[in-house]
Design a protein around this ligand. Structure first.
Ligand code: SR1
Ligand code: MG
Length: 392
């Protein structure tokens, strides 16, 4: 089985049987369970068992758009390599890749059935108190181990080449920094916020800040990013967390991953009518950032590079990561409101007026984060986030 074809359940079962070396007598069942924008995902398990294996396969196009947006299948190989690399840096919080087949654009992953997608948990009103701290540790470890705090010049340059992901990262460039800031045909702008979008498209000071963030996204290759660290890429259970879906990964600014995660917590905040739920999301953001900051400081203080070991430099470096993160968080909030890919937190709001309030809140807070990234610390976030909520 090495000729590419778009898997059905039987193909996924056959691939899992071969990849996991399951005997011919084992009775397997499989079903497609994917709800992501890009790929097919199957769960394969032994008859009567709830947990088995996950088969993820890249299609030759973007699933949520269709064949009109073709996309390299090689993304599956790149994703598997990134997950394996992140798994070496942080095995506790990275999904395990058990096998990969580049010609089938498929990989076999551990089944995380006992966990749930964090976005869904947030939508259900469930609170996983450890998740922000665990994610901060995860991100500090994967960023540190791929950065120049850990790798020498040649090793880091080699890694930048090995994990080059130009097709997917150029999509991110377009959908984060270009489309949402102009009247692009790929955008999905709700009629009720068309005026807000048009004001934003004419906002020159904002566009100058976004140009800098776009430029840095391509040129500031600090660490091997996850590249799409929203709450749908995180699986949670009591005391347990796993990060999945790294197909948009590659070298870029650390603040990008930090900012995307912060933005998705803030998008959830914008979707919440209750101020106590809103405050809890701010606490989550603060716990995440403080955990990342603490863990990165600890790792960087043990750097083998004498030039980078200076504690006040590491602190200044982290202040810059925070500033970058706020800018990228702002872009993520705006693109998830005006761009091609929205978030369920806001899109699923049934009340039309409530939905418009949440969308305007996301746009206003996103803009504020981009424009004031160099003046805000994490303690000021609550005041800023709540002040950006429009009156009904
Ligand atoms: C057209 S791709 C849109 C988005 O889907 C993925 O989940 C990523 O977030 C990407 O930006
Ligand atoms: Mg994804």
């Amino acid at each position: 089985m090495s000729q590419y074809r778009i898997f059905n359940s039987e193909d996924a079962i056959a691939y899992a049987r071969e990849a996991a070396q399951l005997g011919p007598d084992m009775i397997l069942q499989g079903a497609e369970i994917g709800d992501g924008n890009l790929n097919q995902v199957f769960r394969v398990c032994q008859l009567g068992e709830a947990t088995g294996w996950i088969v993820k396969q890249a299609l030759p196009y973007i699933r949520c758009i269709g064949e009109s947006w073709p996309l390299t299948r090689d993304r599956a190989r790149i994703e598997a390599e990134i997950l394996l690399q992140h798994g070496q840096s942080c095995p506790e919080f990275t999904v395990a890749v058990l096998h990969q087949d580049a010609s089938l654009s498929a990989m076999l992953l551990e089944d995380l059935s006992e966990l749930q997608v964090w976005r869904q948990a947030l939508l259900n009103g469930q609170h996983f108190a450890d998740a922000p701290v665990q994610l901060g540790k995860y991100l500090a470890q994967v960023h540190f181990h791929s950065s120049d705090f850990c790798l020498d010049y040649q090793a880091q340059r080699a890694a930048q080449t090995q994990f080059a992901n130009p097709k997917l990262m150029s999509i991110s460039e377009a959908v984060y920094f270009v489309d949402p800031f102009c009247d692009h045909e790929r955008n999905n702008v709700a009629p009720g916020i068309r005026n807000d979008a048009e004001r934003l498209w004419a906002d020159q000071p904002l566009k100058i800040r976004v140009a800098k963030l776009k430029h840095d996204f391509r040129c500031k290759g600090q660490a091997l990013l996850h590249g799409d660290l929203h709450t749908g890429s995180v699986m949670v259970a009591a005391g347990k967390l796993k990060v999945i879906d790294a197909e948009f990964g590659g070298y870029g600014p650390m603040g990008f991953d930090v900012g995307v995660l912060i933005a998705n917590l803030l998008l959830n905040l914008c979707s919440q009518p209750s101020s106590s739920a809103q405050r809890q999301r701010i606490k989550d953001v603060q716990a995440f950032w403080q955990s990342f900051n603490r863990q990165f400081l600890l790792l960087a203080s043990q750097t083998a590079d004498p030039a980078l070991a200076e504690p006040s430099y590491i602190a200044a470096f982290l202040r810059q990561v925070w500033q970058d993160a706020l800018g990228y968080a702002g872009c993520e909030m705006i693109r998830r409101t005006l761009g091609v890919a929205h978030v369920a937190d806001i899109d699923n709001i049934a009340d039309a007026d409530q939905k418009i309030v949440s969308q305007r809140h996301a746009l206003a807070l996103g803009r504020t984060l981009i424009m004031h990234a160099d003046q805000l610390n994490d303690a000021q976030l609550e005041k800023i986030a709540l002040a950006c909520r429009p009156q009904c």
